[in-house]
Design a protein around this ligand. Sequence first.
Ligand SMILES: NC(=O)c1ccc[n+]([C@@H]2O[C@H](COP(=O)([O-])OP(=O)(O)OC[C@H]3O[C@@H](n4cnc5c(N)ncnc54)[C@H](O)[C@@H]3O)[C@@H](O)[C@H]2O)c1
Length: 259
Amino acid sequence: MNAAKRLDKRIALVTGGARGIGAAIAARLAAEGAMVVIADIDQAEASAHARTLASATAQRVDISEPASVAALTHFISREFGQLDILVNNAAILDATPLSSLTMARYRTVLDVNLNGALDVTLAMVPMIRKGGAARRILNIASIMGVRGSRDSLAYSTAKGGLVNMTRCLACDLAPDAINVNAICPGFIDTRMAMLPDGTGHEHDTDWFKDIYLKYRRIPQARAGKPEDIAGPAFFLCSDDSAYVTGQLLLVDGGVSATF
Ligand SMILES: NC(=O)c1ccc[n+]([C@@H]2O[C@H](COP(=O)([O-])OP(=O)(O)OC[C@H]3O[C@@H](n4cnc5c(N)ncnc54)[C@H](O)[C@@H]3O)[C@@H](O)[C@H]2O)c1
């Protein structure tokens, strides 16, 4: 006899679920029994990942384009009529030095990383209201949304906005029994951590190994894996987080515990 899985009969949407952290979260939610919609700007990679999971489908979306978000909303409404779990994960990195940051670039980053997440959320809330008992929204922010750093104004400002959006949404949506939380990942090995010039991975550089690993600026002395985020994400999407809302969970090997 098959034991019931903990997310059986639940519909989940993971934006940016084609690769990296989103792909790991999508895989974990599907393994726990959810039907997962992997919505990503990269349709080919999203479809390839969906085919590896027991219960998943892929849809192309550009979360910064309202018409594209509307099409995704229409798809979920037509196919499922409800949504239980929304994971706002899709984002782009930006490491433009302040001296060359333009307002055009700043707006592009905020349109994806902050406004896109809000657009998807507003579009999905009516369907989440029709969801089951454990209604969850999880925003993937960043430790850069709670700390300042050089060459990251646009990205960090967007993530800081996402952090407080999480708290406000938690207040606004509590009457609908929708819990809203955020995970702030630290340094995670994904394509986002590739060096901008394409020469390799930030985590393989001498300075990263020196500061973060050798001198234990990351107390656990390793970069994270996407699966390190998927477990905490599952918790915040499960029945076990019933009394948790408006919270940030920093998943970073302890880097934010140091100074
Ligand atoms: N990797 C890290 O170290 C790290 C650290 C902190 C926070 N994060 C956050 O984790 C999340 C996932 O990042 P990742 O490291 O897996 O990055 P990634 O680049 O590997 O994956 C991002 C995914 O989002 C998709 N995407 C990008 N723009 C999109 C758009 N406009 N519409 C729809 N999909 C879009 C991409 O196609 C890709 O599949 C992001 O929110 C990121 O900011 C990552």
